[in-house]
Design a protein around this ligand. Structure first.
Ligand SMILES: [Zn+2]
Length: 421
């Protein structure tokens, strides 16, 4: 996830601690005499105790060895536990680098289903991830029948799990949010909470981004009310140091409370507006257009986007059926696009209309119109050219980096089609 790495890398602004400037080589961040952080995209943490070390998250495939090298310069003690805040690839890729004989690996029980689900849909996700993160295009293949993933944790818990190592108490809580298996690690001795990706550091120090309640690559609903309860749980611990999966440490309970409260209130606001709208009979697209986060939240949409989260919440509650009898059936609206083009007298007037929409500042309508023409003739040069221009227009000044990934994908595939003609 190279873009995540670069985004998080450039977010490394010191909060009263030693952190690297973007132009420097990554350095370890010393949180206190016992906690170290390797800030290489997805943060990897090492906790030292008189009886051995504990690793929290293991990093991204590309940088996990570097993260380990940085942290092993601080301690060579045996790794007694690896704790996984959740099962996303950028947090578990380095497990084998840290695992020793006798290392216990801890995850929340939903980790198993999360990894099985990702394995089951491996070839569905592959091209979507490639597009999002600007990797070479990947074609889906036939299903490999891979129902099960490699499950490495040796300890799985439901609600809470506790252990003490070298006099340091570790309390783990199930805190579903960005994933159903999210856990929070609480170290009472240090009043430090490890929140995983339930609070993302994108945009830190500020303004921080709204969370990704629906990821474009495809996710099950990220349950807003669970996420809010999980943030409330972390707030109730009254941490003095908050350490997240990406981004900088946040220090001081007042600051942590301010930021987490804003974050959970933003999720609550959007959730409640969706529920209000659903109960008043509004359709999902109306709510996607209408619901805006009030300016007082002072949050960006560089990572999560409110409109897509609205749809994520709506679909999470209600699924896909919209009460229109037409949508109950197997044929999508695009099945009649070629007929509409024929009625219009051919592609030219529809392409012209797309160009007019773009010039009128309505690029999404322009994009839909190119879909209409391309359903009639997938190789129509004028429609492809109009589509390219429209995608480039949407790409310009776009602050949402995941959306940019899919726009770039659209731009590249359209260019390839134009070039191959
Ligand atoms: Zn992550």
């Amino acid at each position: 996830m190279s873009r995540i790495i670069s985004v998080a890398f450039f977010l490394c602004v010191s909060v009263g601690m030693t952190a690297q400037a973007p132009q420097d080589q990554p350095k370890v961040v010393k949180i206190n005499d016992s906690i170290y952080m390797a800030p290489l995209g997805a943060n990897v943490y090492l906790l030292t105790t008189p009886e051995g070390d504990v690793v929290i998250d293991t990093g991204n495939l590309g940088v996990a060895p570097d993260a380990r090298k940085l942290l092993r310069a601080e301690s060579h003690a045996p790794v007694k536990y690896i704790i996984l805040t959740h099962g996303h690839a950028d947090h578990i890729a380095g497990i084998s680098l840290w695992k020793e004989a006798g290392t216990q690996i801890i995850a929340q029980r939903n980790y198993v289903e999360l990894l099985d689900y990702v394995a089951r849909l491996e070839d569905f996700f592959a091209p979507r991830n490639a597009a999002a993160f600007n990797r070479p295009p990947q074609e889906a293949g036939p299903w490999k029948g891979n129902y099960g993933a490699k499950i490495e944790p040796t300890i799985l818990f439901d609600e809470t799990y506790e252990f003490t190592l070298g006099g340091v108490q570790f309390q783990l809580f199930s805190t579903p949010g960005e994933t159903p298996d999210h856990l929070t690690v609480w170290i009472p001795n240090y009043k430090t909470a490890f929140i995983g990706d339930n609070y993302n550091g994108f945009g830190e120090p500020e303004p921080v981004s709204f969370p990704n309640l629906y990821a474009l690559r495809g996710t099950k609903p990220r349950w807003a009310l669970d996420w809010i309860r999980s943030i409330d749980k972390v707030l109730s611990l009254k941490p003095d140091v908050l350490l997240s999966g990406h981004g900088e440490p946040i220090v001081g309970n007042d600051e942590i409370t301010r930021r987490l409260t804003r974050f959970r209130n933003a999720i609550q606001y959007v959730h409640d507006e969706v529920v209000k709208g659903m109960n008043s009979g509004k359709d999902v697209f109306t709510l996607m257009r209408e619901i805006k986060l009030p300016a007082s939240f002072d949050m960006t949409e560089s990572f999560g986007k409110v409109s897509r989260s609205v749809r994520g919440i709506y679909d999470g509650y209600a699924g896909w059926y919209d009460m229109n009898p037409s949508t109950m059936y197997e044929l999508p609206p695009s099945s009649v696009y070629p007929d509409l083009v024929r009625l219009a007298g051919g592609p030219e007037p529809v392409v012209r209309l797309a160009q007019e929409k773009l010039e009128a500042g309505k690029p999404v309508e322009a994009l839909h119109l190119t879909d209409v023409v391309l359903a009639y003739d997938p190789n129509n040069n004028a429609a492809l050219a109009a589509r390219l221009k429209t995608l480039e227009n949407l790409r310009e000044h776009n602050e949402n980096y995941l959306e940019v990934g899919y726009l770039d994908y659209g731009i590249n595939t359209t260019k390839a089609k134009l070039g191959s003609k």
